[in-house]
Design a protein around this ligand. Structure first.
Ligand SMILES: Cc1cc2nc3c(=O)[nH]c(=O)nc-3n(C[C@H](O)[C@H](O)[C@H](O)COP(=O)(O)OP(=O)(O)OC[C@H]3O[C@@H](n4cnc5c(N)ncnc54)[C@H](O)[C@@H]3O)c2cc1C
Length: 93
């Protein structure tokens, strides 16, 4: 059951099999992956638009293939950040 936004009604605490905190990509994916027979409560801190997931405009990058690794993922991420920093510095003036 979806609650209306900005509701001030107390949420019953004993009605849930799972409580997920945070409605970013991780929280939403967790909810989608849970068995559909479970009663899930998804809580988010506020109704503002502050979440990293809103900024992830480049597609979600993660380690999913056998020939990938967390080290390669970290290297790629750092390289992308450095490329962006260099680009920003060169175009700042
Ligand atoms: C500028 C930027 C660009 C990015 N670009 C990419 C990209 O292109 N590709 C990519 O793969 N990744 C990107 N990332 C990384 C990616 O956004 C994050 O790894 C991912 O979104 C994290 O998801 P999350 O659900 O863990 O966190 P979030 O999306 O931040 O969600 C956490 C949620 O929890 C809520 N919350 C926090 N504290 C509480 C609390 N105490 N009680 C209740 N709720 C709470 C917050 O309000 C928020 O909604 C980017 C990150 C940034 C900042």
């Amino acid at each position: 059951m979806l609650r209306p936004p900005f509701s001030q009604e107390p949420i019953p605490i004993n009605n849930w099999d799972v409580i997920v905190i945070g409605a970013g990509a991780a929280g939403l994916m967790t909810c989608l992956e849970l068995p559909s027979n479970l009663k899930v409560l998804l809580l988010n801190r506020n109704t503002s638009k502050v979440s990293s997931s809103r900024w992830a405009q480049g597609g979600i990058a993660s380690v999913v293939r056998q020939d990938d690794s967390f080290d390669l993922h970290a290297d790629d991420t750092l390289k992308a950040v450095m490329d962006y920093v260099i680009f920003s510095c060169r175009n700042a003036s």
